[in-house]
Design a binder for this molecule. Sequence first.
Ligand SMILES: Cc1ncc(COP(=O)(O)O)c(C=O)c1O
Length: 421
Amino acid sequence: MEKKGERLTYSFIRELAASYSTPLYIYDLETVQRQIDKIRSKMHPSIKLFYSMKANPNPTLVQRIYQTGVNIELCSLLELAAAQTAGVAAERMMYLGPGKSAEEIRTIMDQGVRYFVAESLQELELIEQIAQEKRKTVPIGVRINPEVAVRGARLQMGGKARQFGIDEGQFPDVLRKLQVLPHLRLCGIHTYHGTRILSANTIAENIRYILSFAERIIEMYGVKLNFVGIGGGFGIPYFAGEKELDLDELGQASYGTVEQFLQKQPETEILMESGRYLVAEAGAYVAQVRYTKRSQGVHFAVTDGGTHHHAAAGGSGNAFRKNFPIVAYVPEQRAEQEYELAGPLCTPNDLIGKKVRLPELHPGDYIAVLKSGAYGLTASPALFLSHRLPREVLLERGKVTLIRDVDEYIIPKLRKESNTD
Ligand SMILES: Cc1ncc(COP(=O)(O)O)c(C=O)c1O
């Protein structure tokens, strides 16, 4: 979606709402493609880009992204199943996660996921045990928790005490451990410093840091690395005062580092992952105003959408609650006023916008929360109050495709009492 939602006109929204009802997630494939192209054209061409499914696991969207040549990073068996539904080859998958079960490990091996990343010494032991049962030698990557934290990441995954990966300083322990795990072969390292980074320099520094760490361990220990995951964390500006990540600057600041590394290590692949940057700008969450009211002088618009579908718009994941960009679709020019945009839940926190200046709203009008393609439905407490899931539609080449129906909803069936005899 264009930044201010220009592509979503009032009549188009009304048409979509008439066909698919609200609340509704709309994703624009052209915007996704634009974001992919930006990374591809600015970063070193040898970098292998992965889409992080956690940002938006809708299989149709994943399929379209995959078809552009982007690889897929995943973290759960259902993400794996969705990726397989989308036709993603195991050769082009990376599987991460600090708490993998034995079932996950077996499946990763059985499916032949190419980039398999372990996150603890005990996980390595479990992988060994399963590899031994299967009489397989398993190429394994290890996630490293770097010693240095990034400046400017809204959410830090490394550089401090974290449940992710193995501390950089414990790398010798990894090598010692692997000596007694004969079914494992170290084939790569992976890092993820943090996310929502808007400073090109910070990301470039992360890349420098991990590539120099990789060089150090290659030289010191003679390890052979088929891949080095340099993370990503590319942010997009959501809130007032945030500036777009400068990809020209990032490309320039990191090109030489990557090039020099590859000159010395031509056999090593450099992997980078991104979820939010690829899909956030492409999505809008559209809701219809059901009621308007005043409470103690404050204007409320109660809509059919809420934080059960879009927790991030309600402030989840941000230390300080800030509004996503929100627009209203009304049939005529009206004076503006300030609104609390509420949803149908029984909590005062069910507000997808606070003090939002919008044209006067009437029942039947629409609002859209923009920049909602990432960590929308997938990062929301959708089961809270058991409202139905919203539909999702994809705009591509001027066409609209329904990619999640309202009834594609996981509610367990009612069971009879167990027979305890
Ligand atoms: C290991 C890892 N990779 C990738 C991502 C995706 O981050 P983003 O959507 O900000 O690109 C995350 C986000 O938490 C992550 O933890």
